[in-house]
Design a protein around this ligand. Structure first.
Ligand code: ATP
Ligand code: MG
Length: 655
């Protein structure tokens, strides 16, 4: 079986510039190799040292890694700590007046909180939660707009040892209901309204609807933050206003010291590949991953203004909004709105206004802004930027180049970070003062992350030949289990087919001769066309490289002769073509792909839409496209689908 590797033909290499290297936390490639080798020599000793240096322990641990209940690993498991203490109290002596959060609302209003403020607000709210009878081990659902209060709510849960489960504010009452009942939550923290892109979403009414669906008897309290006018009737005594709850509460709250393995949170995956999984994370190991990646990948400096655009409803918003930046004492921007409101310059204006140094967003956002042209970012002063990051999906080389040259003015490294809800923090990503970048590659694994590529039987494959992405050894920030379903955890991530040994990420990848990883898509997304293994990612990248194309998603459908035929769903930069025009564009794009990769990768069919079906975190849902490509009715779980109407458009092939 041969493998085509168009993106492996990507030859552009960007070594770190001298100025960046000089100031970097991990400076020069040798420093990276040394650290990686140190972890390889003695993995527990490597993490032992970092855990002692970077976490403040209430009771220091004496055991580092317990693998005896494989794959349910335990880290630092006789130690005690509190994650909120590690994010807030630790900074009170050294930098109480430093701004922790710059919050910009949808309408542009800016408010800030220093570390001292944030600490007080978390303590007050934590005391409020305690007054409701919430305590260690209880599960609390958080269904909030992006706000300082959302961070406060998460931190307050951590402070009292309650396990939070954040549900993205864009989810429906039905999805919320599923998560509330699955968690057996005792409380829901929400807001009257959410303001995004000038639209108002009534969160509290969705909570009421969810709680009326039954099976939610565990929920004793609903705390409502007043974001809007507060014109709603509370159901007393169940409901209480946030401001009423904290009114008479003390602003100091002794943290609940918990075991290192205490579940800090559970979080559902985004549902790209099926029914969402309730991923459960630990306290200490998770925190360590967030801290080390802030240092290694974001090259964190105390003078930085950090901005991760992810919602706290996703793991990215956990590790790189609520926990990582606060644990290292950063100043960060939290934004309520969307990139295109009031216009598509909003991100660039925010960077300019708040002098953002480190900007972390998703390929879907980048691709949607590319459509508006390079002039738009050019109108803003982006000179404060020093580092750019990408997460969530593979970033096509052309989108990477746009980000690098147009946004970063070829000055700022782009860190393409591969990781998952299940891994808690970055796994494969450049340490930007050490590693040369290649557009479209997430480069090399972080120190302590034993990433590899194996075949169906779990055997290593030679470099240059694709396979399953696995992580061979445990790492502190990995998920401990799936909430209430350890069997599914084992089956999904440590399947018997691979000998049960390695963590199976569910993505397929390729490693080039320099050891660089290229994510090719989900395992299910690899196509087999006449015996050639083709990653959907490579064909999509070829399409996006055409000047006509803004976004593309590629899937396979069964074909008697070739095994699989290639169906591409394409969003053009201009209007959706009709009739003759559509026909001509199809021919042009088929030839384009053929020229870029080879005739074998030429799409058999191309369909046009104004958009693609995406999860609410902005990822393309290829499993739905597979169904459409086959001409079948969609019967799968679509609870996390953002824009169902788009499916209609994509049903019909171009005549
Ligand atoms: P589900 O597991 O329910 O299908 P999901 O995998 O989309 O949902 P997440 O945990 O949010 O949920 O996403 C992790 C996945 O996102 C990775 O497995 C990978 O497929 C993709 N991904 C994230 N970052 C990158 C990246 N930098 N490059 C390539 N792919 C990425
Ligand atoms: Mg996944």
């Amino acid at each position: 079986m041969s493998t085509l590797k168009s993106i492996l033909h990507e030859t552009r290499v960007f070594p770190p510039n001298e100025k960046f290297v000089k100031q970097a936390n991990l400076s020069g490639i040798q420093a990276y190799h040394n650290l990686y080798a140190e972890a390889e020599r003695d993995l527990p000793a490597f993490w032992d040292k970092l855990a002692r240096e970077n976490i403040i322990w209430h009771k220091p641990f004496t055991r580092v890694l317990d693998e005896s209940h494989h794959p349910f690993f335990r880290w630092f498991d006789d130690g005690e700590l509190n994650v909120s203490f590690n994010c807030l109290d630790r900074h009170l002596a050294t930098q109480p007046d430093k701004i922790a959060i710059i919050f910009e609302a949808d309408d542009g209003k800016v408010t800030t909180a220093t570390y001292r403020d944030l600490h007080k607000r978390v303590c007050q709210f934590a005391n409020g939660l305690k007054s409701l009878g919430i305590s260690k081990g209880d599960r609390v659902i958080i269904y909030m707009p992006m706000s300082i209060e959302a961070v406060v709510a998460m931190q307050a849960c951590a402070r009292i040892g309650a396990t939070h489960s954040v549900v993205f504010g864009g989810f429906s009452a039905k999805s919320l209901h599923e998560r509330i009942t699955d968690a057996g939550a005792v409380a829901v923290i929400t807001a009257d309204e959410q303001h995004r892109g000038g639209k108002i979403n009534h969160l509290k009414s969705a909570v009421d609807e969810a709680l009326a669906m039954g099976g939610t008897g565990s929920v004793k309290s609903v705390v409502v933050y007043k974001r809007g006018q507060g014109n709603l009737a509370l159901q007393v005594p169940r409901d209480v206003w946030w401001h009423e709850l904290i009114k008479d509460q003390s602003d100091s709250c002794e943290p609940e010291w918990v075991n290192a393995e205490h579940p800090l949170f559970t979080l559902y995956t985004s549902g790209s590949t099926g029914k969402p999984k309730g991923v459960q994370h630990s306290s200490a190991g998770y925190l360590l991953g967030a801290i080390m990646s802030m240092q290694w990948v974001f090259d964190y400096k105390p003078t930085d203004v950090f901005w991760c655009t992810a919602d706290v409803g996703w793991v990215t918003g956990h590790s790189y909004v609520t926990y990582g930046p606060l644990a290292v004492g950063a100043t960060q921007v939290v934004f309520e709105g969307v990139p295109t409101f009031p216009d598509a310059g909003r991100f660039w204006k925010l960077i300019q206004d708040h002098k953002v140094t480190t900007f972390y967003t998703a390929p879907t956002a980048i691709r949607s802004l590319i459509k508006f042209g390079a002039d738009l970012p050019g109108k803003y002063d982006l000179s404060s930027l020093r580092l750019l990051g990408s997460v969530g999906e593979p970033i096509n080389p052309e989108a990477w180049m746009w980000y690098y040259t147009v946004v970063g003015k070829s000055r700022c490294p782009v860190v393409d970070t591969w990781w998952q809800t299940e891994t808690g923090s970055h796994m494969i990503a450049p340490t930007p003062g050490a590693i040369s970048l290649k557009p479209g590659s997430c480069t090399l694994p972080l120190p302590g992350i034993m990433a590899a590529i194996v075949d169906e039987a779990g055997h290593d494959v030679p470099d240059g030949k694709g396979g399953f992405l696995v992580i061979k050894r445990p790492f502190p920030s990995q998920a401990r289990t799936l909430w209430g379903d350890p069997e599914r955890f084992k089956k999904t991530y440590f399947p018997d087919e691979l000998g049960g040994k390695y963590y199976l990420a569910g993505d397929s990848a390729n490693r080039d001769l320099d050891g660089y990883f290229w994510i090719m898509g989900r395992i299910d997304d690899v196509l087999n066309v006449s015996g050639h293994r083709l990653g959907t990612m490579e064909i999509e990248s070829a399409l996006v490289a055409s000047p006509l194309v803004a976004e593309a998603a590629v899937v396979g459908k069964p074909d008697e002769i070739k095994g699989e035929a290639i169906v591409a769903f394409v969003v053009l930069k201009g209007a959706r073509p009709q009739g003759e025009d559509a026909h001509a564009t199809v021919i042009e794009l088929r030839n384009w792909v053929s020229g870029e990769i080879g005739p074998i990768a030429r799409p058999d069919e191309i369909r046009f839409g104004d958009n693609l079906p995406k999860t609410r975190s902005g990822k393309i849902m290829r499993r739905l496209l597979r169904t459409l490509a086959r001409g079948e009715e969609i019967t799968q779980d679509v609870s996390t689908l953002e824009n169902p109407a788009i499916l209609e458009q994509l049903k019909q092939p171009v005549a």
